[in-house]
Design a protein around this ligand. Sequence first.
Ligand code: SF4
Length: 238
Amino acid sequence: MSRRDLLAYLQDFAWREVAIAAVPAPVVAAAQTPAERAAAPAAAAGEDPLAAADLAAMGRALAGCRRCRLAAGRTQVVFGVGHPKARVVFVGEGPGADEDRVGEPFVGRAGQLLNAMLPAIGLARADVYIANVVKCRPPGNRDPESDEAAACLPFLKRQIELIDPEVIVCLGRVAARHLLGTTAPISSYRGRWTKWAGRDVLPTFHPAYLLRNPAAKREAWADLKRLRDRLAAAGRRP
Ligand code: SF4
């Protein structure tokens, strides 16, 4: 997305207080690309992804996972992408068609929207980590079933342990259902800090929902400001 498009987009959000001139350039690009992952040596037979010492090893070990029925329809496991020591981890529900093809989460229209939102609070995609509750595409882009999420959640939890972020942002009602155990409408709890696995979690709307419901962008912006303020209050990691 060009700078001009970003400005137009933020104005559409009514984010006029955002200082576009202050939008920073990406500072770190430490994660493996899908091509790098593909070129990485295959995981040793029987290697336990949950015992991996770092994200790269975990991604290799998980590449052949068949722990749930979603393995049958995937092109590839969509492990996650971003800074291995990110301050913020964004969690969505699962890969869609674009993500399944590319091997990276949030690369479609919703991903482009997320990429456009991050600079408004001084972050770039390369600064954060992005993953999903399930790492294989559900057929027909249906919601993940509870047993599929239960099978895959230990991997997300281990990813988050390795990254050790200050904040998790839960994107959308499906991620919230499986992470936070709530079936309430997301509008009733978005923007309220809560906990998952002992960590601070901020639920907000999924970018795909914002594409369908532009009126919700104001609330999404309010949530992003909460995230920005929390990060500012915590200060930078040494
Ligand atoms: S969704 Fe998760 S648990 Fe299921 S096969 Fe894919 S990686 Fe394994």
